[in-house]
Design a binder for this molecule. Structure first.
Ligand code: HEC
Ligand code: HEC
Length: 309
C-alpha cells in the first residue's frame, strides 16, 4: 500500500465534500473547523494570532522556519526524522488547534517536571523528546537551529499569554474511563467503519509522490513505543477530539477508547530506551494499564518492535 490509489482519494474527497458546505481542494487538517482569527480568547479557548502577522524581520524568519519544520519535518529537519509522520499529524492546523495539544498551550508551561524522565525539562528538551519518540528519529542537540526555530514558532504563537497558566484547550482532552474495558474486537469494528477509508485497512496510511497524505497508525513508519500516542488514554483523547478528520467529537467515548486500544494493540518501532528484555523495558517505562507494551493482544506479544524500516 505504498502508492495512493486515486479512486480512494476521490471517494474521500467526495465524502468530505458532502459534509461541508464548500468542497475542499485537498484533504488535510484544513477540513477541521477553522478557529476564529482574532488573537483573543473566544468561546472556551485561546485563539493564536493569525499567520499573516508573523513579523517580516529576522525573528519572523525563525518563526516561519519553525512552522515549516513543524508541518514538514521530513523536509526541513530530515536528519532528525525516522518515519513518515509530521508534527502536524498529531498537532493539527500547524499546532494551532485547541484540544490537539497546541503549541500555544505548551510553551507557557515549561520548564516543567516530567515523570517520564524524572527531572525538570526545558521547552527545548520537551521538543527533543518528540523527535526521539513520536518521529522515531534522533533529537537535535540543544541549540540546534531546528530547536531554535521550533521554539521561536511556539513562543510567537503564545506570546500574549501569561506563563505558568494552563490555558483551556491545552493538550488532548482527558476522557473518563469507559463503562466497558477497552476491547480489540470492538475497536476493529470502529476502525473498519470510521478510519480505514483514510488510514488504510492495514493502518499503514497513504503516500503520494513521496509525501504522506494519510499518516500510518502503526508499523515501521509510525511513532515508536516510547511516544505519548502509544498510551491508550492519550490516543483515546486525541481521537475523540480530532478523528475522523473533520468530524471530531462524533465518536462515543467508548468507541474512542476501543479504537485507541485497537490502534495501540499493534506492533511499532522499538522503544529507544529498550533494556535487555521486553519485561524489563515494560517495568522501567511502561508500568501502567494504559500501555500495551509487553502485553499479549489478539494473540501477539507486543514490544518486539519492527525492523523493516
Ligand atoms: C504520533 C503523534 C505525535 C507526533 C508525530 C508528534 N507529537 Fe507532540 N505530542 C504527542 C502527544 C501524545 C503528546 C502529549 C500530549 C498530552 O500530554 O496531552 C505530545 C506533546 C507535545 C508537546 C507538549 C505539549 C504540552 O502541552 O505540554 C510538544 C511541545 C510537542 N508535542 C511538540 C511536537 C513536535 C515539535 C513534533 C514534531 C517534531 C511532535 N510533537 C510530533 C503526539 C505527537
Ligand atoms: C477523512 C480521512 C480520515 C479519517 C476517516 C480518519 N483520519 Fe486519522 N488522520 C487523517 C489525517 C489527514 C491525519 C493527519 C492530520 C494532519 O496532518 O493535519 C490523521 C491523523 C491521525 C492520527 C495521528 C497521526 C498518526 O499517524 O498516528 C491518528 C492517531 C489518527 N488519525 C487516528 C484515526 C482514527 C482512530 C480514525 C477513526 C476513528 C481516523 N483517524 C479517521 C485522516 C483521517
Amino acid at each position: 500500500m505504498s502508492r495512493m490509489r486515486p479512486i480512494l482519494i476521490s471517494v474521500v474527497l467526495l465524502l468530505i465534500a458532502c459534509e461541508h458546505p464548500s468542497p475542499p481542494t485537498s484533504v488535510s487538517a484544513a477540513q477541521v473547523p477553522a478557529p476564529a482569527t482574532s488573537p483573543t480568547k473566544v468561546a472556551d479557548h485561546f485563539v493564536p494570532p493569525p499567520e499573516s502577522t508573523i513579523p517580516d524581520d529576522d525573528f519572523g524568519k525563525q518563526v516561519a522556519l519553525g512552522r515549516q519544520i513543524f508541518v514538514d519535518p521530513g523536509r526541513y529537519a530530515k536528519a532528525y526524522v525516522g518515519n513518515q509522520l509530521s508534527c502536524e499529524n498529531c498537532h493539527l492546523d500547524a499546532g494551532r488547534l485547541a484540544n490537539s495539544a497546541p503549541l500555544w498551550g505548551a510553551y507557557p508551561m515549561y520548564p516543567a517536571y516530567r515523570s517520564k524522565n524524572h527531572h525538570v525539562n526545558t521547552f527545548a528538551e520537551r521538543l527533543q523528546g518528540c523527535f526521539n519518540y513520536s518521529m522515531n528519529g534522533k533529537a537535535p542537540p540543544l541549540g540546534d537551529p531546528v530547536l531554535v526555530a521550533l521554539e521561536s514558532y511556539a513562543y510567537w504563537m503564545s506570546k500574549s499569554e501569561p506563563i505558568g497558566t494552563s490555558l483551556p484547550g491545552r493538550g488532548y482532552p482527558k476522557l473518563a474511563k469507559p463503562a466497558l474495558t477497552p476491547d480489540y474486537a470492538r475497536g476493529e469494528v470502529v476502525f473498519k467503519r470510521d478510519c480505514a477509508l483514510c488510514h488504510g485497512g492495514d493502518g499503514q496510511g497513504q503516500q503520494a509522490a513521496g509525501r504522506t497524505v494519510f499518516p500510518p497508525l502503526w508499523g515501521p513508519q509510525s511513532f515508536n513505543w516510547g511516544a505519548g500516542m502509544e498510551q491508550v488514554n492519550n490516543a483515546a483523547g486525541f481521537i475523540k477530539a480530532n478523528m475522523p478528520l473533520g468530524r471530531g467529537n462524533t465518536l462515543t467515548d467508548q468507541d474512542a477508547w476501543d479504537v485507541a486500544y485497537y490502534m495501540d494493540g499493534h506492533e511499532r518501532p522499538q522503544d529507544p530506551r529498550f533494556n535487555d528484555s521486553i519485561p524489563a523495558t515494560r517495568a522501567a517505562y511502561h508500568d501502567t494499564p494504559d500501555s500495551l507494551y509487553g502485553i499479549t493482544v489478539n494473540g501477539q506479544l507486543l514490544g518486539k518492535g519492527t525492523t523493516d524500516r
